[in-house]
Design a protein around this ligand. Structure first.
Ligand code: GLA
Length: 376
């Protein structure tokens, strides 16, 4: 009798262990790889590819060479359940039709240049206006709307994609042939790395960034997600989001993220039209050694850290999303459905001598790296 009950309790323990193992640590069977497939073509028949980058740790990312757009990013939560944590469309047509820069490389100049006008060495330049009276994200056809040459690669520890684009002299009004290479790579430390490189044959403003919209929960709004930004100042803007030149202390303002707080906590107090964060934070960190930003999603346990060599970051809380965009799987993207962390030089720098320089000159190298690191 005693023996039978011992066997039963042993069996119960065994079942419990199996159940726990299955529930808590869903085995990840994928291995590091990079593949290419067709993603359709542009109206002029230019073919577009879709690449899949996979690491050994369960991260799976799709990138197209149209705009260097990250179309999906599957990241496991604390229970091993993977979810797509970026906003976007299911197919190329969505991106061709209308997109608020979902997942794309932004350039030649990320963010705004007031009235699209600036001077270099006494010469005046005028860029196309595409945001009220101002120039935004490289103009009507910026780097987010061109097809990049792409070449995938794989080493022992990394998979990646090298994207190359030659932006011709006078393209979108900018001076000089700008030769740009952006390398995306993914490793087994769950780091997604962006290496930007550019050279020019005439002095030109350059400010490249990545415009992915993240939602670490995979769904719903981002208000409960906790944000830490190591920035004790931000650039004050006018009603059209052009910097006034003032760097203001975040202390005592809704822009204080020096201690982690839910994005929604002071969101209303930011004011603005539409209300929310769409501001450049002046980072206290320098280089890739120290974490600059950390976002935590309490339920899934997903954490995203940002390391960057850039002096600023545009924290954008998806204020302009208004429910008119139907994205992946028919999901309606409402206000605050995703956040962007666009590491960058400050907006409108060509018109602010006191801001860090954004003019690249012949013989110089534009070289900068940003890393998004995921954990749980
Ligand atoms: C950037 C800008 C925002 C908005 C989005 C795209 O983050 O700062 O104002 O234009 O891009 O909608």
């Amino acid at each position: 009798m005693k023996k039978a009950s011992q066997i039963i309790s042993l069996a119960a323990v065994f079942v419990l262990i199996v159940a726990l193992t299955a529930g808590c640590c869903k085995k990840n069977t994928q291995t590091m790889n990079v593949t290419q497939e067709s993603f359709g073509m542009l109206a002029d028949s230019t073919p577009v590819s879709l690449y899949t980058l996979t690491n050994d740790k369960g991260i799976n990312m799709n990138v197209t060479n149209y705009g260097g757009i990250i179309t999906s990013l599957m990241v496991p939560d604390k229970n091993g359940k993977s979810e797509d944590i970026v906003l976007g469309y299911d197919s190329l047509s969505g991106y061709l039709d209308k997109t608020p820069y979902f997942g794309a490389i932004v350039g030649r100049y990320g963010n705004r240049i007031a009235k699209g006008a600036f001077r270099i060495d006494g010469n005046e330049f005028h860029l196309p206006i595409n945001d009220g009276p101002n120039h935004l994200h490289g103009g009507i056809q910026g780097f987010d709307k061109v097809v990049w040459d792409a070449k995938e690669f794989k080493t022992d520890s990394t998979v990646g994609l090298v994207l190359h684009y030659l932006s011709k002299d006078t393209e979108m009004g900018y001076p000089g042939n700008l030769d740009v290479t952006v390398t995306y790579s993914l490793n087994n430390n769950n780091e997604l790395r962006f290496d930007y490189l550019a050279t020019t044959d005439k002095p030109t403003p350059v400010n490249l960034t990545q415009h992915s919209y993240f939602n670490l929960a995979g769904d719903g709004d981002i208000k409960e997600q906790e944000m830490l930004i190591k920035a004790s100042k931000y650039t004050v803007v006018d009603s059209l989001l052009i910097p006034t030149g003032e760097l203001r202390d975040v202390k005592g303002t809704p822009f204080d993220f020096t201690a982690a707080k839910p994005i929604g906590k002071d969101l209303e107090a930011t004011g603005g039209n539409p209300i929310g964060y769409d501001h450049n934070f002046v980072l206290d960190t320098k280089g890739l050694e120290e974490v600059a930003i950390k976002v935590t999603e309490p339920k899934s346990g997903r954490v995203m850290e940002v390391y960057t060599q850039e002096p600023g970051v545009q924290f954008y809380s998806g204020n302009f999303l208004d429910g008119t965009i139907k994205g992946k799987g028919g999901k309606v993207y409402k206000q605050y459905s995703g956040f962007c962390l666009e590491t960058q030089h400050f907006p409108d720098s060509p018109n602010h001598a006191a801001f860090p320089n954004t003019i690249l000159r012949p013989g110089e190298k534009y070289k900068t790296t940003t890393i998004y690191k995921f954990s749980k």
